[in-house]
Structure formats: structure tokens, C-alpha cells
Write a protein that binds this ligand. Sequence first.
Ligand code: MN
Length: 251
Amino acid sequence: MIDFHCHLDLYDNPQSVLSEAVERQCYILAVTTTPLAWEGTCALVGGAPRVRVAAGLHPELAATRQSEVHQLCALLTETAYVGEVGLDGSKPHRSSLSVQREVFETVLQACKSAGGRIMTIHSRGATSLVLDYLETYEKSGLPVMHWFSGTQNELDRAIKLGCWFSVGPAMLRGEKGRRLVSLMPPDRVLTETDGPLARRGHSPLMPWDVKEAEVVLGRLWEIPSSEVKHRLSLNLRRLVSTGAPGQLEQA
Ligand code: MN
């Protein structure tokens, strides 16, 4: 099982979520919402197998934490993974878009200078704008569009730009999400939960809840669940060997 976008540090009981995920042999990319959470999340994860930590600055926090972008850039020497980063153009955050853009551009430039990173990217309400930046900074690394919610044209453009996609149970619950996923190249799709921020009813999604996404992917791809798992695991290997050589061997 692969949860390529999980806010491990934000669960009420992160240590027990981590232990259960390790027991269930989940691969996890633990994204962070501020560079200040990097150290604590690394300490939490310790040497846990199959778990990696991404350094991020969430676009919803960019307005109040703009100055922390420099700490984020400094962390690039320590990790192959960046996220959660991106832009949010939805109503509550639209007013901070100009600050968000400065932050995102600084991060992309730093990733480019560092030789490229695997980036997990938020683009709610700002898909075209995010794609504009990815086009400008094509050497910034491998973008993984998390919970992609753009139009079909924007999806086509993202595919042409070489983007990957991480899709989860919450996204796949809706008709629009399922339709978008059915149009994504299956060899560039990974699963995610966005837990604990994404929920099922009142319960936060757990990393192993990606199995719900696997079931839907099996239906969309018209293949049995064992093949879904195999395909996702090949995808993860290819992503990591391209974007972060040497990282998977350590798992
Ligand atoms: Mn998230």
C-alpha cells in the first residue's frame, strides 16, 4: 500500500498511526505544512521502513509564514521530497495568492537549483496557474499533482507537462474525480489519503485506507486488485528511481 500524501504529524496519535502503518507495510510520504514541522516529523518517523518525509510550506499558510520559505529552501539538501507546496485559489485563500505565488516560485527556483526534487503539489482553484509555474520551472523536478481537481483541458496540459498524480478515497468518491482519474495515464498514478485532513464521515482517513482507492482504480482500469497493487508499486519504483535515485534501496 502506498500513501504518497499523508500529514502523519497532524494525527492525534501519530506514533500509533505510524506503528500500525509500518506493521501493514505501507509506503508513506509524510508531507509537512511548514518547514518548522520538518525536524519533529523526522524525529517521529525515526528509521521507520518505507516512510519518507517531505519538506513543505502549505499554500494556505503562505500568507502568515512567508518568511519560512528560506528555511524550506535550506532543507532541500536533506531531502529528495518537497511538499506540501503549491497554490490555493479557492475563496478563503484567493486574497493571499500574490504572496502564495512568491513563495511557490521561490520553492520551484530552489528545487531547480538543487537539481530537481519530487514535489507533491496542491492546486485547488489554481490549476492553470500552477501549471504555468511548472512549465516555467520545468527543471524543478517531478511534480506529483495531489488531489487534482482541474478541468479536462487542464488535465491534458498537466499530462503533457509530465506531471504525476496522487489520488485518494475522498477524490474518488465523486463522479468528477473518478472521471479525471480514468483519463490519467495509469503509469503515472499513485495513491494517497491526505489524512487526517481528509476524512470518511467524522473519522480521519488512515494511510492504509488507500485500499479504498485501489478498489476504485481496479474498476476504472478494469484489472483485478492484485494487478492494481503491482502497477502502483512499479509506478512508485519508477518515480523514485527517476526523481530520487538511491532512496528506495534504503527502505
Ligand atoms: Mn494535504
